[in-house]
Design a protein around this ligand. Structure first.
Ligand code: ADP
Ligand code: MG
Length: 288
């Protein structure tokens, strides 16, 4: 049987934007002393707009880059994909159908467009696979950069910007007042990650982290004796959500994240993490 105080708190939480899937984790949330936030879709809205794009080879037309990219991205649900397809539509580009499309989770996407082998990937992917680019683009501090590869050769780039969620700063400020450490963890580049970390006054950041390595960063913090909550929205966050002492999913995120998490922030408001911890504390006091 569920103790009465817990039952009452659980229904009170439901009215405050929290959906509790795991009662023990809810009770344990009083012990959280570090919160790790995913970037895209968690601290940010996950609504990307293309700020600029270009070819790196004069043999292609600039518009080819957007056309090939949008052909792949129209098969994807990633926030970057939606930004690229919207831009192609804005520019009146006819989007061809791609074949053999496969997600490279946390790194990009690949497939065949007009008979060509096309990939769209992160700078980290280029480095990992030793793919050289003559002129590496420098992202400004709001930009996420992806490269377009034809036959594994970098032939173009697309830069996109996302927007911080309005309550991100409030969430971090309140957590820090409660002496809870705050971190950002993302597969995105270091420039944009560092800029958000400094804007929000975070205790640290982890950038260029592949999905299978996100959980290792959680373990690192746990090994320092921290009781860690992870907040995320993506398929790529699921292993880290499972590893965390308390896994928290953003309501607008993917089903995989929601199914892995202990708690769901129904209103997709990162500041509700503060409510969760306060509820956890209040519930515990009533139990003892
Ligand atoms: P985050 O960790 O911030 O949630 P992801 O793990 O989803 O970000 O993505 C990490 C990086 O992988 C992105 O910044 C991008 O470079 C690349 N990437 C992932 N999916 C795609 C895609 N569909 N198209 C282009 N790039 C992608
Ligand atoms: Mg995300």
């Amino acid at each position: 049987a569920i103790p009465l105080v817990v039952a009452i708190s659980t229904s009170a939480s439901a009215n405050n934007g929290l959906l509790i899937r795991n009662r023990t984790s809810f009770e344990n949330s009083r012990k959280i002393n570090a919160v790790v936030f995913d970037k895209t879709g968690t601290l940010t809205l996950g609504k990307y707009g293309v700020s600029r794009y270009d070819n790196l080879h004069s043999k292609n037309d600039k518009k080819d880059i957007l056309q090939w990219a949008s052909a792949l991205e129209k098969e994807s649900e990633h926030p970057i994909a939606q930004g690229i397809v919207a831009k192609a539509n804005d520019e009146g580009i006819e989007i061809p159908d791609a074949k053999n499309v496969e997600n490279l989770t946390g790194e990009g996407i690949k497939g065949t467009v007009n008979g060509k082998d096309i990939k769209i990937v992160s700078p980290a992917y280029l480095e990992k696979n030793n793919i050289k680019v003559d002129q590496l683009e420098k992202p400004d501090e709001t930009e996420t950069l992806v490269y377009l590869l034809v036959d594994d050769e970098a032939t173009g780039f697309i830069a996109l910007s996302d927007t911080l969620r309005e309550s991100a700063k409030e969430a971090v400020d309140k957590l820090k007042e409660m002496e809870i450490q705050c971190y950002i963890l993302t597969g995105d580049n270091e420039t944009v990650t560092k800029s958000i970390a400094s804007k929000l006054n975070l205790d640290g950041y982890f950038a260029n982290v592949m999905p299978d390595k996100k959980q290792d960063k959680i373990k690192e913090l746990q090994n320092k004796g921290l009781f860690v909550a992870m907040v995320g929205d993506g398929i790529n966050d699921a292993p880290a959500l499972a590893q965390a002492n308390v896994g928290i999913a953003i309501g607008s995120g993917t089903d995989v994240a929601a199914e892995t998490a202990d708690i769901i922030l129904v209103d997709s408001d990162p500041a509700d993490v503060v409510k969760l911890i306060n509820f956890g504390k209040a519930t515990y006091k009533k139990m003892i």
